[in-house]
Write a protein that binds this ligand. Structure first.
Ligand code: SD4
Length: 333
């Protein structure tokens, strides 16, 4: 009841600002009714969770948290924690493929509906970087902690030291060392790196992104995933976006911020994702050699996803359905 009243009030005041007081003199006109209807419909679209790749267990956990009436921020953290703890996933948390020197280094960030943001980069020995990122956001005056400092901070917050290099990932690294050839392989380099967006029952949007980054990267390399505006961006008035794929290309076009700004200008999430991929293609003649995928959601709970190449999937949990969906893509050959 309360929420509906709030929506009605918001609708009235937004409309009042847009058209001036004459609308109130003429009573409830048609535009006002349709504006109200749009807002009512939008609340049928959430709660909602959408994530990069096929990560049903993660979206199911986020959905469960949302069903308890908790915030989209809680849903993001708990949902991402599932994939971070999955030792079989070789692109996030424990089991992530290491850098060239055999060290597993993790990047993660989280952003809430109030515009707060926290991140860790080049973090080692901690299974849940997204939870450390949340602590950075909530318990420090900073937004990003890196390397040893981030690790020390994690210990001070009670996180345990864990060896993240599993036997399987060590074997893969040893195999790689035989040739030591570095070339990002489309859709193979990393596939459960999670970018996740959620809208809770109140309509508030949060997002997170967590990864071990590109396999066999140079020591010290940080990708797009923990960088605000590139791997993730949320503006609770408009929507959110997150990225996967070759981080260097996402960083150069500040992809997630771009998508949110395009939605602000009136584009749908789908149109905005397609335009952001278009920017990369225009700037990078090598686009045939790498993959980038984006997902986005707007305030109404509409979603979009798009990638350069075939093979990008998203997982969406909405209206009680947890679905894997293949993304449309640019390079149709
Ligand atoms: C990175 N964007 O570190 C990440 C990797 C990734 O699917 O998302 N791969 O560049």
């Amino acid at each position: 009841m309360k929420r509906r009243k709030f929506i009605q009030n918001a609708s009235l005041s937004t409309f009042g600002i847009a058209v001036g007081s004459s609308v109130f003199a003429s009573g409830k006109n048609l535009s006002l009714i349709s504006e109200e209807k749009k807002l009512q419909n939008s609340s049928e679209n959430f709660p909602l969770v959408i994530a990069t790749w096929n990560v049903n267990d993660s979206t199911a956990e986020a959905w469960r948290v949302l069903q308890e009436g908790k915030s989209s921020l809680d849903a993001i953290e708990k949902g991402c924690n599932i994939e971070e703890a999955n030792a079989e996933g070789q692109s996030v948390g424990i089991g992530g493929l290491p850098d060239r020197d055999g060290n597993v280094t993790l990047d993660a960030c989280i952003m809430d509906s109030k515009g707060n943001y926290g991140a860790v980069v080049y973090l080692q020995n901690i299974v849940h970087p997204i939870s450390v990122a949340r602590k950075v956001m909530e318990d420090t005056p900073h937004v990003i902690l890196a390397g040893k400092g981030a690790e020390q901070f994690a210990y001070s917050e009670g996180f345990e030291k864990t060896d993240l290099l599993t036997e399987a990932s060590k074997k893969a690294w040893e195999e790689w060392k035989k040739t030591s050839q570095y070339k990002p392989i489309i859709n193979i380099e990393n596939h459960d790196t999670i970018g996740m967006l959620a809208i809770d029952k109140n309509g508030d949007i949060s997002g997170g992104c967590t990864t071990s980054g590109l396999a066999y990267k140079m020591a010290g390399r940080v990708g797009d995933s923990p960088i605000i505006g590139s791997g993730l961006f949320i503006d609770n008035e408009i929507g959110g976006a997150t990225a996967t794929g070759l981080g260097e290309e996402v960083l150069k076009t500040v992809g997630s911020f771009l998508i949110v700004e395009l939605m602000r200008q009136g584009k749908t999430p789908q149109q905005a994702c397609e335009e952001a991929i278009g920017r990369i293609i225009k700037k990078s003649p090598d686009f045939k050699d790498f993959q980038v995928g984006y997902i986005a959601v707007n305030k109404k709970g509409e979603t979009g996803y798009y990638s350069i190449h075939d093979g990008f999937w998203v997982t969406k949990y909405q209206n009680d359905k947890n679905e894997n969906i293949p993304s449309d893509f640019y390079d149709k050959k």
